[in-house]
Design a protein around this ligand. Structure first.
Ligand code: ZN
Length: 180
C-alpha cells in the first residue's frame, strides 16, 4: 500500500516539487503561506467533484478540472488546452478518501432509483445509463487510481511535471502519495 506523505513544514515537500507551482500549492493549502498576486494560472489541478473539498490558494492560481475520482481520461482536450493555451507545465492530481467513484456497483439501485424519482427518467433508460457509464468511471481504489492516472498523463505529456496528491476529508489537508 502506498503511503501518504504529510506536509507540515517546508522540508516535508519532496525535493523535486519544492520551488515549483506544486510545492507552492502545498504551502498555500497546508502551511498558510500568505497569498501572492497572480495574473495567470501557474498549474492545472485535477480533482474530484466531491463537495467536501475546498482548496486554499490565491485567485488566478490554477486551472481546475473537477471530475468524479479526479479521472481525467474524458477531459483530455481540457488538459491539452490548459497546457497549450494556458501555458502551464505542472499538474497536481488530487484524489481523496471515501470517494464515491469507488465500488459504484454498490450504489447501483440508489443511482437508478434516483434518476427515476428525482430526474423523471424511465427505469430502463436509467439502467442502460448505469450499465454503459459505470465501468468508465469506476476507480476501484483512490490511491492506486491517482498513481495510474499520474503515469498515464506523464506518458501523454512527457515534458509536464505531474504530482499524485491526496486530500483527507477528515483533516482537509493535502498529502503526497508516495511513489515506489
Ligand atoms: Zn471523489
Amino acid at each position: 500500500m502506498n503511503k501518504l506523505i504529510a506536509v507540515n513544514s517546508l522540508e516535508d515537500i519532496p525535493a523535486e516539487y519544492q520551488q515549483t507551482p506544486i510545492g507552492l500549492l502545498l504551502e498555500y493549502h497546508n502551511l498558510n503561506r500568505p497569498y501572492e498576486a497572480y495574473e495567470k494560472a501557474q498549474l492545472l489541478i485535477g480533482m474530484c467533484m466531491d463537495n467536501r473539498k475546498h482548496l486554499h490558494m490565491p485567485d488566478n492560481y490554477a486551472f481546475i478540472i473537477r471530475a468524479g475520482g479526479a479521472n481525467l481520461r474524458y477531459s483530455e482536450f481540457k488538459v491539452s488546452y490548459a497546457i497549450a493555451v494556458g501555458q502551464v507545465s505542472h499538474i497536481a492530481l488530487i484524489g481523496h478518501n471515501n470517494c464515491g467513484m469507488v465500488d459504484l456497483v454498490a450504489r447501483k439501485s440508489e443511482f437508478i432509483n434516483g434518476l427515476v424519482e428525482i430526474a423523471g427518467w424511465e427505469k430502463e433508460k436509467a439502467e442502460d445509463h448505469f450499465r454503459h457509464f459505470s465501468p468508465m468511471f469506476e476507480i476501484s481504489n483512490e490511491k492506486d487510481f491517482i498513481l495510474s492516472e499520474t503515469m498515464r498523463l506523464r506518458h501523454s505529456y512527457p515534458k509536464i511535471i505531474i504530482a499524485p496528491l491526496f486530500y483527507l476529508v477528515e483533516d482537509n489537508q493535502l498529502y503526497f502519495i508516495e511513489e515506489e
